[in-house]
Design a protein around this ligand. Structure first.
Ligand SMILES: C[S@@+](CC[C@H](N)C(=O)[O-])C[C@H]1O[C@@H](n2cnc3c(N)ncnc32)[C@H](O)[C@@H]1O
Length: 277
């Protein structure tokens, strides 16, 4: 499988990632971004009817799903590699402990907060407006290049500064150009930043639950190789279309299918992030 990435910038595989991961050699991947089901207890459904199941029953079942996959991801990472695991309040407290056990608490690097803004609020709690992204190095020798964002304080106005661990990036609204219809699609601005920060140019990025392929598009656009896996053929059809669309960016917007238009938008690179100085 990895040989195929010598001659092509990206590769998609259909199936349960636990099976496909077993085909990946030890220490061959530079960055894993894992955005698994969150155990929300519901069917995640997009506006166009696309869907995937996000029900595991109890937390023990969720942990039993995740643990062997995290073990495989640990195995396939290079010593200079790292992993980003994207979850939310449903499971983040469990997942952090699992990562400590599998990757070693000494290899914890960051608990990133993706602050996204959109969504509703309830009468009996603070509005939930963030996801949790854990960054662990495979060893202490992990590769990292701090992303720079525009400073907002009066003192630093007009200058760039290193991003903090709070990433203030809008989620994809219903009218967004990049929206593909896949439920829980992440914004390309988020993945553009993460991929560039955590994988050196020319490296290989693996997304074992890639959905609509956002990570892979970000990787290819940043001259990294991309390997995606998903259990849903519908998700992979969208990811394929987005990745192939990158080659059709000179077509006129009117004649482009939606996924190609998304790819054009995907190519625009990292948007400046709003961060407090
Ligand atoms: C949160 S979504 C990923 C969304 C993606 N980051 C994007 O931007 O479109 C989780 C994905 O995990 C996939 N999935 C669930 N169980 C899986 C498994 N065992 N192996 C591979 N993919 C799986 C689902 O089909 C879904 O696409």
């Amino acid at each position: 499988m990895m040989n195929a990435l010598d001659s092509a910038p990206w590769l998609l595989r259909h199936g349960d990632c636990i099976d496909v991961l077993k085909e990946i050699p030890d220490a061959s991947i530079d960055l894993v971004y894992l955005d698994p089901p969150f155990n929300s207890g519901s069917e995640r459904r997009g506006r166009t009817g696309l869907h995937f199941a996000d029900r595991f029953g109890d937390i023990a079942a969720y942990r039993a799903f995740l643990a062997p996959r995290l073990q495989e991801l640990f195995r396939v990472l290079r010593p200079t590699g790292s992993i980003l695991v994207h979850v939310d309040w449903h499971t983040s407290h469990h997942v952090r402990l699992m990562l400590d056990e599998i990757f070693g608490s000494e290899n914890f690097v960051n608990h990133l907060i993706w602050s996204y803004g959109l969504g509703g609020s309830g009468p009996r709690s603070f509005a939930r407006k963030h996801d949790d992204i854990f960054l662990y190095g495979r060893t202490d020798d992990y590769w990292f290049q701090p992303p720079m964002v525009p400073a907002r304080s009066a003192r630093l106005r007009g200058r760039m500064k290193k991003a903090t661990d709070v990433l203030d990036i809008a989620s994809i609204n219903n009218m967004a150009f990049e929206r593909t219809g896949w439920p829980t699609q992440k914004p390309i601005a988020l993945l553009n930043m993460l991929v560039r920060a955590c994988c050196a140019p020319g490296g290989t990025v693996l997304d074992p639950t890639c959905g609509s392929g956002t990570t892979l598009v970000a990787a290819v656009n940043a001259q990294r190789r991309a390997l995606g896996i998903d259990i849903s053929a519908a998700a992979l059809a969208i990811a394929t279309s987005r990745l192939e669309g990158s080659a059709a960016l000179n077509a006129t917007a009117d004649s482009m299918p939606r996924a190609v238009r998304s790819a054009r938008r995907d190519r625009q690179g990292p948007e400046p992030l709003a961060q407090s100085a």
